[in-house]
Design a binder for this molecule. Structure first.
Ligand code: HMG
Ligand code: MG
Length: 302
């Protein structure tokens, strides 16, 4: 066991959380969520995606959302950019970090970004170079790192291959993503070990969807490896448009509750975090998808 004493959480709720919402979420609500998350102490927020609005209509207001944020010093704002067109649009919004997203499964790569894994790396290469030339940090995501909605189980060797390809084009950090939340602790550890063949422990993160209720266990399994960076979603919002039935990332509230209970520092104020998740859930007309949030809200009401 080599538990970290501090953990960095990237709240991906405004992006991964909201990208799949069917109803319109106005830019001002998304901005309101970002403001509440930064007030709660989040130091990185994945705000939006510069992707095709035909593919992901909910992210069509990317520039508007980025422009409306009152930036807080010490907070990093990241955005997804699948190609040069997305990167060029994103640059005007001054992101601190961009995310290129590859997959460990060919079928998912085709459905998600309409190209093969090899083609995606070719597309990302100029994006990575342009971002780094402008001092913008580049993170990569490896989707379907344990399982794929089309191909089933994914071998760690696939993750190792994609990590190697991303490293080869200069991507600075990789997130090991269980896109459809099918992973269990040992499988997630194997996927993480594969990424660690090409990236150091400070340059990897876990991105676990919670479809099968395993994401907290998978987070703990990764903590035990020393992984100290995680993507989580406010109120457990979300799902991927190209992974039918998959639910959101593990709720930020649940991860923060667990970490604080383990004496691990996050810099996050859990009460304010609960308020942020309640704000967006109230707008969406549903309860936060977080056990910790439900418990704390019940306690407040009582
Ligand atoms: P394509 O159709 O192959 O691209 O899409 P294209 O270059 O042939 O262009 C087709 C049209 O899209 C053109 O417009 C382009 O201008 C436009 P038209 O001439 O038909 O009017 N276009 C764009 N518009 C805005 N922004 C852009 C852009 N690029 C092209 N950047 C593309 C390729 C990647 C763009 C498309 O497949 C796409 O947008 N896919 C959406 C992918 C996505 O957002 N998925 C969800 C996020 S990833 C995720 O959730 C996983 C993650 O959370 C980790 C995990 O859990 O696994 C990160
Ligand atoms: Mg995701």
């Amino acid at each position: 066991m080599q538990l970290p004493s501090k953990v960095k959480i990237v709240d991906v709720g405004p992006r991964d959380g909201l990208q799949n919402e069917k109803g319109e979420v106005p830019a001002e609500i998304k901005i309101g969520l970002v403001h509440r998350l930064q007030d709660a102490g989040l130091t990185e927020i994945e705000v939006t995606s510069f992707v095709s609005p035909k593919w992901v209509p909910q992210m069509a207001d990317a520039a508007q959302v980025m422009a409306g944020i009152e930036r807080k010093s010490g907070v990093r704002y990241s955005v997804l950019t699948p190609n040069m067109k997305g990167f060029e649009a994103a640059v005007a919004s001054r992101p601190d970090e961009i995310v290129v997203f590859a997959a460990a499964s060919e079928a998912f790569s085709q459905r998600n970004i309409n190209c093969s894994i090899a083609e995606s790396i070719e597309r990302f290469a100029p994006v990575v170079a342009a971002a780094k030339a402008q001092g913008i940090f580049v993170r990569g995501a490896i989707s379907c790192a344990v399982g794929c909605p089309y191909e089933g189980e994914v071998a760690p060797e696939r993750v190792e291959m994609v990590a190697r390809l991303l490293k080869g084009i200069g991507v600075q950090h990789v997130g090991v993503a269980d896109t459809i939340g099918v992973g269990t602790p040992l499988k997630v550890q194997r996927a993480m070990e594969a990424a660690l063949k090409h990236y150091g422990i400070d340059d990897v993160s876990g991105h676990y969807h919670d479809t099968y209720g395993q994401a907290l266990g998978n987070t703990l399994a990764s903590l035990e490896m020393g992984v100290w960076q995680y993507d989580t979603s406010s109120a457990g919002l979300g799902g991927c448009p190209y992974a039918k039935g998959a639910t959101g990332n593990v709720a930020t509230e649940d991860v923060v509750y667990m970490l604080h209970g383990m004496g691990i520092d996050t810099g996050i104020d859990l009460d304010k975090l609960i308020d942020a998740g309640k704000y967006i859930s109230d707008f969406l007309g549903r309860k936060p998808n977080s056990r910790a949030s439900t418990a704390i809200l019940n306690k407040r009401a009582g």
